[in-house]
Design a protein around this ligand. Structure first.
Ligand SMILES: Cc1cc2nc3c(=O)[nH]c(=O)nc-3n(C[C@H](O)[C@H](O)[C@H](O)COP(=O)(O)OP(=O)(O)OC[C@H]3O[C@@H](n4cnc5c(N)ncnc54)[C@H](O)[C@@H]3O)c2cc1C
Ligand code: SF4
Length: 485
């Protein structure tokens, strides 16, 4: 156990330092800085090593949190990263980007601020990279089996790394020019710099995973061809179809999906010159919808030096404290203050957008009304309309599911009622040998879930190919236990 009296001595939660707002919005570098070692140790020392660690349950990966809190407190970084890697292939991604459901279920959180688990996680992996403790783990022997993983986001990469390490020959197909999925061109550098993706790719290449970029499966090569060429196929294509808002004025120049703003902006930061880049400098920006995507648009617009940034949300402002119907240890919906929110802008709740207004085909404003709840429906209240000036609107209303991309026609994998690729309790679609993991199967979610599903799907694929598996399977996609693998 970490310090037996740690939680009594250190009652305050001290999170990672952030660069000052006026400085950080002048560049695209990460907002967070490394924590000072002494503070980190005292924070890790607050962990009580509970008999029943609810944080294990809160983390979709089942990360062994009390073990590495203890090792961090004891200054045993090399052992800590070994325990962290036992359940998480990419802690440098979750340590930076995860909303940390583990902390919501930390037992200390019942009557004190929760342990800063995510901060300890990122510090362990950063120290490990700095000290050369992250090395390739190539397989001892090859099985002769081949697997195609389609999509190179966290789900595809986790599945590929697990399958490569047990000896299968794995090729990752990606339609973009670079590997990484949403981590590459979706999530801005101020949340995670791309070096964090690149150095993992180096490790994966050294382990033997092969990468094929610029190949759109379904058009450049068919799913059926892949299925014939490989012993198993994993669909990890994400949930990339954006939810639209088909109201009057939708076709005005200046109304865009959030990803049409974020992706080219990320490419510019990477040194490219995309033709479709949208520069928000000096513009009035309105973002419809909250969530991670909306927050990323806020941070990007501030770095573009927009004249104003307003976020409109149709629902009520979430509470600052747990609501009664979301008791500990559930993950509550709370009013979130992400780093991008600290940087400025306005957030308006109960705002129903009724029309985009413009002149000569160009957007000039957004007509909004107060939201009222009628028979459980959210409707604009008559007589409360007003116009908010806007040069740019970014629709950040979530994603409806994966792109069909010929999946059903070419390989006969069906979609479920929610628009995701359907699978059984072992991640297999209704076509034998074709599996699905990550957002493509569960809908737009979180990186930690994508990695957890990639690991579990890898275990299912290994069992399918070899008859048994030693790979761990952290989560089942349905309530049918996958532990029997
Ligand atoms: C803007 C934004 C910000 C986010 N921020 C966070 C955050 O801070 N924290 C968090 O936990 N989650 C965040 N998320 C959610 C998170 O990024 C996703 O849940 C996660 O990336 C899903 O991983 P995945 O591997 O399933 O799919 P993706 O990361 O979407 O990767 C899918 C890949 O498949 C490729 N592909 C698709 N179709 C084909 C095809 N036919 N052939 C070849 N390749 C194909 C795509 O190009 C893509 O590279 C965010 C999402 C968005 C959109
Ligand atoms: S991956 Fe997320 S939920 Fe799991 S320990 Fe890390 S921060 Fe917590």
């Amino acid at each position: 156990m970490a310090d037996p009296r740690g939680f009594l001595k250190v009652r305050q939660r001290e999170t990672q330092p952030r660069r000052p707002v006026p400085v950080r919005i002048m560049d695209w570098k990460e907002v967070y800085e490394a924590q000072e070692k002494g503070v980190l140790k005292s924070q890790a020392g607050r962990c009580m090593d509970c008999g029943v660690p609810f944080c294990h349950q809160g983390c979709p990966l089942g990360n062994l949190i009390p073990e590495w809190n203890d090792l961090t407190w004891r200054d045993k970084g090399e052992e800590a990263i070994e325990r962290l890697h036992a359940t998480n292939n990419f802690p440098e991604w979750t340590g930076r980007l995860c909303p940390a459901p583990c902390e919501a279920s930390c037992v200390l959180g019942i009557n004190q601020p929760a342990v800063t688990i995510k901060q300890v996680e990122v510090s362990i992996i950063d120290e490990a990279f700095d000290n050369g403790w992250v090395n390739p783990l190539p397989p001892h022997r090859l099985t002769g089996k081949t697997v195609a993983v389609v999509g190179s986001g966290p789900a595809g990469l986790a599945a590929a790394q697990q399958l490569t390490r047990v000896g299968h020959t794995v090729a990752v197909y990606e339609r973009d020019d670079k590997i990484g999925g949403l981590l590459r061109y979706g999530i801005p550098d101020f949340k995670m710099e791309k070096e964090q993706v690149d150095r993992r790719l180096e490790q994966m290449k050294a382990e033997g995973t092969r990468f094929r970029t610029g190949v759109a499966v379904g058009t450049d090569v068919t799913w059926e061809q892949l299925r014939r060429r490989y012993d198993a196929v994993v669909i990890a294509t994400g949930a990339t179809v954006p939810r639209d808002l088909p109201i009057p004025g939708r076709d005005l120049d200046g109304v865009h999906f959030a990803m049409d703003y974020l992706v080219p902006s990320n490419r510019v930061v990477a040194g490219e010159s995309p033709e479709n880049h949208i520069d928000a400098r000096g513009k009035h920006v309105v973002i419809l919808g909250g969530g991670d995507t909306g927050a990323d648009c806020i941070g990007t617009a501030h770095r573009h030096q927009a004249a104003s940034v307003t976020t409109l949300a149709i629902g009520k402002q979430p509470p600052l404290e747990r609501a009664g119907h979301q008791p500990w240890p559930t993950f509550p919906t709370l009013f979130e203050v992400a780093s991008a929110h600290e940087e400025g802008g306005e957030r308006t709740y109960l705002a129903s957008t009724v029309e985009f207004v413009g002149e000569d085909g160009k957007l000039t404003g957004v007509k909004v009304a107060e939201t009222e709840f009628v028979d459980g429906k959210r409707l604009p209240k008559a007589g409360t309309e007003r116009i908010i000036p806007a040069d740019l609107v970014f629709l950040s209303l979530g994603f409806t599911g994966p792109e069909p991309a010929g999946i059903t026609e070419q390989v006969n994998a069906e979609f479920d009622g929610r628009g995701n690729v359907a699978r059984d309790g072992y991640y297999m679609t209704n076509t034998e040998g074709v599996f699905v993991a990550g957002d493509a199967g569960r809908g737009q979610s979180l990186i930690v879930w994508a990695i957890a599903e990639g690991r579990a799907a890898a275990a299912a694929v290994d069992k399918f190919l070899m008859g048994s598996t030693i790979l761990p399977a952290p989560v089942a996609p349905t309530d049918r236990a996958i532990a029997v693998l």
